[in-house]
Design a protein. Structure first.
Lengths: 307, 257
């Protein structure tokens, strides 16, 4: 097998007549972190489940670690680790038992798993918690244990479905640091998220999904460079909507109004003129920053709510 | 979805998972499973039995003991496949976690089926031990009741898994117990001989798996080989196999769509 870890081609999936995945294709090279970004309902989780052979596509194909899915999904899953979106650790077991029992699902001898447990707990920052009951762990600790559980079979590929949703900033940063270590150790990662900073930090390449389609793909920097103006000035205040409708439109190359905030998207050379214009508008506050992935995401998927 | 079950040894890992949980609470679990049927056995066996002449050629408590072995086996398998199975499938999402590993849904359902049957066997066997110690068992032929108990466990575990595959919440199980399990206990010859029933109702009893289990176990405990043994075994085997297969199809439809 070449360095291709996962290939998804022209994938389609419908539920009750509604197409939730509408022709998605992408590939993962060994050692990269690839992100699937999209609003709720964009089809991210369905794509992951299809890659694992846990749901069947209406059309298209998946090759996971060189094996066709779903035909040989079980064999392919031998070398995959999964961190699901919702905690499904075993509440009847201690920390160590969770890992031991999960190892058995991979056909690992208890001896083998037991020899790995100290390193796994060290990696998860759970050393000394072997005998702890699940109910005594915090949300962050449970997430780290889920990550350790996904590594019990020493997988080549990790699938992470919104790995930091619901965690506090400390816990998120710790997870990010651990994922970077895994990448440095040569693992491949497929990640879904709707945290743009997470994607920008971790992903070498990513795809933005909307309504079951990939609407943009590339490295975070390349996407920002290709899809959006490089500079953003956010203008706030009660007067911002009026200002946006009158002067703002003339000042900015592109302007989006969201509530009482006007987002002005500009080329580098237009920033100075807008800022000096705003200096003369004391009723408005402003924030000047470089464009980021969130700007790209909102431009491509729109600002309406998706629930 | 209708494909033949794909068995593999990974089902054992699922079975062992449940066994490990059970082991932590083994003693209270066994005593709990034993207490309820024993209260009924002694209460009805001595209380009601004192008013009755011999039933089916033995004392009433002896008659009831054989029925209790079967109905307890049925109850244990049903509770495990319904409440515990539903917890693992739907509430704790234990099955979802397992399916991310190289274990197929068929392995999971097979593991659950064998586990519920094993736990039911333990329940039936525990009662067998107690009633043997009390002298209600006539001969070592009673040991042959053990495979029948296991088969009864498989049959009711399979039926229970069908209901679990269709359940939306725990409340759903009440219908199964009130509409199926309770009438089945009353019609299967657990408390009184089926021959007491009107002929039309007797015909219904002939279709109930619990009735066939009782027809096998009661003579074995009395030291006799059951009449029509092959027929009764066939009904239990067919119920076990067909219910497991249907449960598998329904569970695939529920979780893999």
């Amino acid at each position: 097998m070449a360095s291709e870890v996962l290939r998804v081609t022209a994938l389609r999936k419908s539920y009750a007549g509604r197409e939730v995945v509408a022709g998605v294709g992408f590939t993962l090279e060994a050692g990269e972190c690839y992100g699937l970004l999209g609003p709720n309902g964009a089809g991210k989780t369905t794509i992951l489940r299809t890659c694992l052979g846990l749901t069947f596509a209406s059309a298209g194909s998946v090759t996971l670690l060189g094996l066709p899915v779903p035909a040989q999904a079980r064999a392919a899953r031998m070398r995959v680790g999964v961190v699901p979106q919702f905690d499904n650790l075993d509440p009847d077991f201690t920390v160590a038992e969770n890992l031991l029992v999960f190892g058995r699902y991979f056909g690992l001898a208890d001896r083998t798993t037991q020899s790995r447990i100290p390193d796994l707990l060290d990696f998860a920052g759970l050393t000394g918690k072997e005998s702890a009951k699940l109910s005594t762990l915090s949300g962050g600790m449970k997430r780290r244990l889920t990550l350790a559980r996904a590594l019990v079979n020493d997988p080549d590929l990790l699938l992470l479905d919104e790995p930091t949703t619901g965690l506090d900033p400390q816990a998120r940063h710790l997870i990010w640091e651990r994922l970077k270590r895994l990448l440095a150790a040569g693992k491949t990662i497929l990640l879904t998220t709707h945290f743009m900073d997470e994607a920008e930090r971790l992903c070498h390449r990513l795809a933005i999904l909307d309504a079951g389609r990939i609407i943009a793909e590339g490295s975070p920097r390349a996407l920002i460079a290709a899809e959006i103006e490089p500079q953003v000035v956010e203008v706030y205040g009660e007067d911002a909507p009026r200002w946006a409708q009158s002067e703002g439109k003339a000042q900015a190359r592109r302007l989006e109004l969201s509530g009482e905030t006007a987002f002005c998207y500009l080329q580098d050379d237009a920033v100075a003129a807008l800022l000096s214009h705003l200096d003369r508008q004391p009723q408005l506050r402003r924030l000047h920053r470089p464009a980021n992935l969130e700007d790209v995401f909102l431009k491509l998927t729109g600002r309406e709510l998706r629930d | 979805m209708l494909a033949f079950p794909q068995f593999s040894l990974r089902a054992i890992a699922v079975w062992r998972r449940n066994f490990l949980v059970w082991r932590k609470l083994a003693l209270p679990s066994v005593l709990g499973n034993l207490a309820d049927p024993m209260i009924y056995l002694f209460g009805l066996g001595y209380g009601l039995g004192g008013l009755l002449p011999a039933v089916g050629g033995v004392t009433y408590i002896q008659f009831l003991a054989a029925g209790t072995v079967c109905s307890s086996t049925m109850n244990a398998a049903s509770f495990e496949a319904l409440y515990s199975g539903f917890s693992r499938m739907h509430v704790q999402k234990t099955w979802d976690a397992i399916l991310n590993a190289p274990v197929s849904l068929d392995d999971v359902v097979t593991g659950e089926w064998l586990w519920a049957a094993a736990k039911a066997t333990l329940s039936g066997a525990a009662i067998l031990v107690v009633i043997s110690a009390l002298g209600f068992v006539a001969s070592p032929l009673a040991l042959l009741a053990l495979p029948v108990i296991f088969l009864t466990g498989l049959a009711f575990a399979g039926l229970g898994l069908i209901v679990t595959a269709l359940a939306t919440s725990y409340d759903f199980f009440m219908y199964y117990f009130t509409l199926l399990i309770t009438p089945m206990v009353l019609l299967s010859g657990v408390f009184f001989p089926i021959e007491q029933l009107p002929p039309a109702v007797q015909a219904i009893a002939g279709a109930l798996p619990l009735a066939h289990a009782v027809r096998l176990v009661r003579p074995l405990l009395m030291g006799q080989l059951p009449a029509d043994m092959a027929l009764h075994l066939l009904v239990l085997v067919a119920t076990a196999m067909f219910s497991f297969w249907l449960a598998l199809i329904l569970t695939r439809r529920r979780l893999l769509s």
